[in-house]
Design a protein around this ligand. Sequence first.
Ligand code: A2P
Length: 307
Amino acid sequence: STETAKLNDGSEIPYVALGCWKSSPEDAYNAVLTAIKAGYKHIDTAHIYQNEEGVGKAIRNCGVPREELFVTTKLWNTNHRDPLAALNDSLKRLGLDYVDLFLVHWPVPFKKPASDAEEQFFVKRKGDPTKFDNDYDWDFVKTWELVQKLPTSKCKSVGVSNMSVTNLKTLLNAPSTTKVPACNQVEMHPYLPQHALLKFCQEKGIQVEAYSPLGSTGSPLLKDETIVELSKELGISPATLVISWAVNRKVVVLPKSVTPSRIESNLSIVQLPDDVMEKISLIYKTHPQRILCRDWGVPVFNDEIEA
Ligand code: A2P
């Protein structure tokens, strides 16, 4: 599906995106080319994924005009004090004049390493590339004050990621906040449906985007008993069921794959009956699970998985 949602700034965002987290630069390059050829219009990356070069090269080489595509990248935690410099660096790595969406990756400022070499050392350290010092003299409200003023010639829309209702309220209530984030990209799947967060964001005009929609590495949702059973009943694949559940909730969804056949099939969205939507939305009651939960040194996921 190339159906789009309308953001609060008037831009259109395609509901299905290719997710690029955990893809190597080479894999990301090939995956983006495959995806665009299959009809994807939306590609999601980030500085910390270390594949902006591959993603950008594929976007430049794919043959589809840039203005027909929607490209997202994200501000890494070490760059909260200078979002414009970080955006410029991302654009340089991507080889693009602008991104469609620039997200504050985490509401967690880190200290900027003293040198590029030191930053590279941390970023390249596989396993835990996030072991930086917290920058306790800065906060995401100040970051947003800068991000909301970024030139729209370089990023058409701006938003946040990994924001709980508590943190969103802090952000929206701050006197310095003049722009409501266009999007909030969060972990979301049937084990973590985030019903309260989705409702809050929809009331405030913030488009929710779901990362790890299949449950990330190992795609545990695709083996879930209820998902498997329902997908058999409907005669569709578990992946199509889970991805369609997101879009049926008006959530932008970012399935990650580097496998051509999966990339192609993940674009198909089906309309799901109300009772099927209901059943999937209740799975978390017996199986609540947040997959990406780290100690960030500051409150991030301050809201419980709602019971
Ligand atoms: P791969 O990239 O090797 O194809 P998520 O989107 O939740 O992050 O899940 C990504 C994981 O799910 C990746 O390991 C990816 O594997 C796998 N995956 C993506 N699409 C499908 C699909 N349609 N069927 C099975 N596995 C899939």
